[in-house]
Design a binder for this molecule. Structure first.
Ligand SMILES: Nc1ncnc2c1ncn2[C@@H]1O[C@H](COP(=O)(O)OP(=O)(O)O)[C@@H](O)[C@H]1O
Ligand SMILES: [Mg+2]
Length: 254
């Protein structure tokens, strides 16, 4: 068992070190290999979406990358500066938004630090709000702010838009795209939903049987429109790879 979770990566990919390097990663539960000799490299600044059916091991992988699970075999190299935004925003109800953003940061950061990052996600006027008064989209943005305040080189996103209504989801996606382009951090977005994966990713991976079974480069220009025929074709291809039936090339999956 060799876990080097917090050591800086030394092996270069282009001129900078990789943001994520996973080699021979295996994780078993009750003798069953949920992650099985898994390999993954993410370049610095790259946006990678990891897709897979429910139960294929996405969350298990994310926990390992986030450093929350070390019962593994293999090598996992991630940046020291990394942050995770989970699907459920997980805000502490008894702390105002700005205090939630600073929660767990070392030292005694000033309120101003939280305000800056809240402004970056468009929540500057909600700093003093209680979490229960936030809309779903606002809570998700607060959660993103809490990740960004750590100035991550690697941002791990777990199904970040899944619980949002269609319009809020589009806005949140756009925001994540802007933040990513501005900050230049690597992003690994983990989801079961093709609609979450395609709009933003440079590369989409499909996890199956404990490994990456398929890999698709997304060559489309940004911003990407749902109406773009190439976008629709890619979506259909990915749904196919996931084993989801598509009635027509542009129709929604059943
Ligand atoms: N802590 C755990 N103990 C036992 N089994 C687990 C644990 N975590 C995950 N699993 C199992 O590993 C498999 C993958 O789970 P998970 O990573 O949550 O899937 P996904 O996020 O892709 O839906 C599932 O069969 C799940 O039951
Ligand atoms: Mg999951």
């Amino acid at each position: 068992m060799a876990t080097d979770l917090h050591r800086p990566v030394t092996a270069p990919v282009d001129d900078r070190p990789a943001a994520v390097r996973v080699q021979g990663l295996t994780r078993s539960f009750d003798g069953r290999r949920v992650i099985d000799d898994f390999e993954l490299t993410v370049r610095p600044g790259e946006f990678v979406a990891l897709l897979g059916r429910s139960g294929c091991g996405k969350s298990a992988l994310l926990k390992i990358l986030a450093g929350l699970d070390r019962e593994i075999e293999g090598t996992v190299l991630v940046p020291r500066r990394k942050a995770t935004a989970f699907q459920a925003p997980r805000l502490m109800p008894w702390k105002k938004v700005w205090r939630n953003v600073l929660l767990g940061l070392p030292g005694r950061p000033e309120r101003e630090v939280a305000e800056q990052v809240l402004a970056e996600v468009g929540l500057e006027n909600r700093a003093d709000a209680w979490p229960k008064t936030l809309s779903g989209g606002e809570a998700q943005r607060a959660s993103l702010a809490r990740a960004l305040v750590r100035e991550p080189d690697l941002l791990l996103l777990a199904e970040p838009f899944g619980a949002l209504d269609a319009l809020t989801r589009l806005k949140a996606q756009r925001l994540v795209g802007e933040v990513w382009q501005r900050r230049g951090c690597a992003v690994l977005l983990v989801t079961h939903d093709v609609e979450e994966a395609v709009p933003l990713a440079d590369r989409v991976l499909v996890m199956e049987g404990g490994v990456i079974a398929h890999e698709v480069q997304v060559g489309l220009d940004r911003p990407r429109g749902l109406a773009d025929p190439e976008f629709a074709a890619l979506r259909t291809e990915l749904l196919d790879l996931l084993g989801v039936e598509t009635p027509t090339a542009t129709g929604r999956a059943a």
